[in-house]
Design a protein around this ligand. Structure first.
Ligand SMILES: Cc1cc2nc3c(=O)[nH]c(=O)nc-3n(C[C@H](O)[C@H](O)[C@H](O)COP(=O)(O)OP(=O)(O)OC[C@H]3O[C@@H](n4cnc5c(N)ncnc54)[C@H](O)[C@@H]3O)c2cc1C
Length: 404
């Protein structure tokens, strides 16, 4: 360092821990580090902290899940998340929620949501930050991050320069650009020669090929329980027909496992053997039409669009067994090739990110650069729908907070 640089850094404000990103994992890390008497500054370019927490769960924040395992996450290192998820688990976060008397309910698939609003979760985290003496500098552009020596980082920002002993990158993923999402975290990793896996949007609706879009246009708003599969995965939850394409929980889950160009198979009647049902009805009520039988199980509009055979309106007595199989295939093995996903504009999560092999699973610290930490969604850990992404943010942020 030359004398001019030395002079400059002597003017820098000195902080123990700087956390870039006032989101879920940055706030959790700040609370824990503050409790350890570390002087903590959280820097963010957004005007207010926790924007994605406020958006989460449709405003009700699906803050965790009773059943969390590494199998609910996608990563090039599937074992990486195990340690953090077991050291700070969903019951630990529930202890905090209970301390603040936040009422919550369990929904399907053991998902936990606030009864009131996501604002209660954010207010709780901010109250904990206040108690732990954490300071914030919002609305701040980060211009440069550099390493001066081991455990000595310099952060140059639009509101002044700082040096710190530990630097935590908690900048999240790329989804919802209007929420303040940026690639800064990936750029910092690359600056320190840490591998970053390519990113893509996850938990995101599909758009359709023009032909399918036209055919399914009238179904907008219909939701049905279905099994959506590709060669590797299968999810059973609702699917929702939208004016742009396909959405709903089963579709969002599958989007995180989808490769462009790949076909999906959808079973719209997962609980019955349709061929058997039609055969039985043929015996019992031979004058009924195929459509009227199927409409007992699915919305009429959907049946009209999906049962596209010239015998759909024929009475059962005229139909051959092989034609029953054809009808069943249309509804129970419906194949569709999405055009694309809706992209980061509506994605809930970003797949890919900072390579977990370069990070300690216990501390979230870089293996190569002591004092540099990565937490939350910026890492190559993406959860399923159901509170898993926030739990990862809490768990990874908590772990880093014990060591920064
Ligand atoms: C619409 C929506 C709904 C969701 N619902 C749920 C849900 O119900 N349950 C669930 O588990 N998960 C949900 N998620 C996912 C979850 O919100 C995220 O996975 C989680 O917030 C990630 O936490 P994080 O701290 O890593 O990043 P974030 O919470 O995204 O925080 C990152 C912070 O870094 C700041 N930042 C970024 N770039 C810069 C920069 N260049 N300079 C300074 N600051 C920067 C951002 O402003 C932000 O404050 C949802 C996501 C979305 C988009």
């Amino acid at each position: 360092m030359d004398s001019k640089e030395k002079q400059q850094t002597s003017l820098d404000k000195k902080i123990d821990v700087i956390i870039i990103g006032a989101g879920a994992s940055g706030l959790m890390c700040a609370i824990e580090a503050g409790k350890r008497q570390r002087k903590v500054l959280v820097v963010d370019h957004a005007k207010e902290p926790g924007k994605k927490i406020l958006m989460s769960g449709g405003g009700r924040c699906n803050f965790t899940n009773y059943s969390v395992s590494h199998e609910n996450y996608i990563s090039n290192n599937p074992h990486f998340c195990k340690s953090a998820l077991s050291r700070y688990n969903s019951y630990d976060f529930l202890d905090l929620i209970n301390k603040y008397d936040i009422s919550f309910s369990e929904r399907e698939h053991e998902q936990l949501f606030c009864d009131g609003s996501a604002r209660e979760i954010l207010d709780m985290l901010l109250a904990e930050c206040k108690k732990a003496g954490v300071t914030f500098q919002m609305d701040t552009t980060i211009e440069k991050v550099e390493q001066l020596a081991e455990h000595n980082f310099r952060l140059c920002s639009s509101r002044g320069n700082y040096t710190c002993h530990s630097l935590v990158v908690a900048t999240g993923g790329l989804s919802i650009p209007t929420s303040g999402a940026s690639p800064l975290g990936y750029k910092i990793a690359e600056q320190f020669n840490i591998k970053v896996w390519p990113q893509s949007p996850g938990l995101v609706p599909f758009t359709l090929q023009p032909k399918d879009k036209e055919q399914l246009a009238t179904l907008s708003g219909i939701a049905v329980d279905a099994v959506v599969s590709n060669r590797r995965r299968s999810f059973r939850e609702n699917i929702l027909f939208t004016h742009r394409g396909l959405s709903g929980p089963a579709i969002l889950q599958m989007s995180s496992y989808w490769q462009p160009g790949e076909e999906l198979t959808i079973n719209l009647l997962p609980d019955i053997d349709l061929v058997e049902v039609l055969k039985e009805q043929q015996q019992q009520r031979p004058l009924r039409t195929v459509k009227s039988v199927v409409a007992e199980y699915l919305p009429k509009r959907l049946v009209k669009t999906m049962v596209q055979t010239n015998f759909a309106d024929s009475s059962l007595k005229t139909i051959l067994p092989k034609e029953f199989v054809e009808i069943s295939e249309q509804l129970q093995q419906w194949t569709i090739k999405p055009n694309a996903t809706e992209g980061y504009r509506t994605a809930e999560v970003t797949l890919g990110g900072v390579d977990c092999d370069a990070i300690s699973s216990k501390t979230m610290e870089s293996n190569k650069i002591p004092g540099l930490f990565f937490t939350g969604e910026v890492l190559d850990v993406s959860g399923w729908l159901g509170g898993y992404n926030l739990q990862w943010a809490w768990s990874s942020g908590w772990c880093a907070g014990q060591y920064v």
